[in-house]
Design a protein around this ligand. Sequence first.
Ligand SMILES: NC(=O)c1ccc[n+]([C@@H]2O[C@H](COP(=O)([O-])OP(=O)(O)OC[C@H]3O[C@@H](n4cnc5c(N)ncnc54)[C@H](OP(=O)(O)O)[C@@H]3O)[C@@H](O)[C@H]2O)c1
Length: 247
Amino acid sequence: MNITNKTILITGGGSGIGFETAKLLSQKGNKVIITGRTEARLQKAAAQLNNVYAIATDVNSETDINNLIARIKEEFGSLDILINNAASAYTYKFGEAVNAYDKAADEIQTNYLSIIRLTEKLLPVLSQSIEAAIVNVSSIVAFVPGINLPTYAASKAALHSYTQALRYTLAKTSNIKVFELMPPLVNTEFSAEIGGANGIPPQVVAEGLIKGFEKDEYELHIGQTADLYKLFLSSPQEALNALNQDR
Ligand SMILES: NC(=O)c1ccc[n+]([C@@H]2O[C@H](COP(=O)([O-])OP(=O)(O)OC[C@H]3O[C@@H](n4cnc5c(N)ncnc54)[C@H](OP(=O)(O)O)[C@@H]3O)[C@@H](O)[C@H]2O)c1
């Protein structure tokens, strides 16, 4: 698909993969709206880039989401691409003295339910675009769980399933293309606790998304995700063992 002259919303666009994606898309002549909860970080991020606008929003707050959509309509008039990138994650193992229920509730809310709500509310706006897209950022753990992020992995598996169903439905009924970006370990703040420093740079993930847009490739297995996915297709058990060998 064409990725210039579009208006694009990136949730969690003030840092990491979202920020690098905002940078590349703004350089390609798009208007990019970035959101996140931390106003100061967002403003700092937007100030470094051209044509990037910050709107502080908690994806888990329906009031914030309604306000965001009203501002998009009023200040931008249209929206062509929604990138659901914001997420939360907890690193722990089952059996440790942790409150897994609360952690899972936050992950499911942020990484799954809030995406469903925002997407549903934006579908009428995206439908008015000549060529629109939704990108859901899941993970390598969407098809093989990492046991040190067990409930996060489950939330991304739910997102993967939802994304496939959404893609198939919208392909038949609309002009909206549905992409899924599946990064491996990436060096961002998010992954610091799980050895993220050994991960690939977030710019590489952003470049992978741009290539995916250009080729209309809908499920994007970035870096090591591609190898693990191949192994998963031949042997789900071997893929599970491979991802968890050091854990
Ligand atoms: N890093 C990895 O190894 C890795 C691997 C695979 C997939 N991913 C996925 O990549 C995406 C981006 O992660 P990242 O690595 O770039 O991490 P990051 O730099 O920590 O970015 C996450 C962003 O989400 C925002 N956010 C979190 N909760 C939010 C909420 N309730 N409302 C609005 N914004 C919220 C954060 O901003 P505020 O805190 O200011 O709200 C932050 O800007 C996530 O979906 C993650 O699951 C990451």
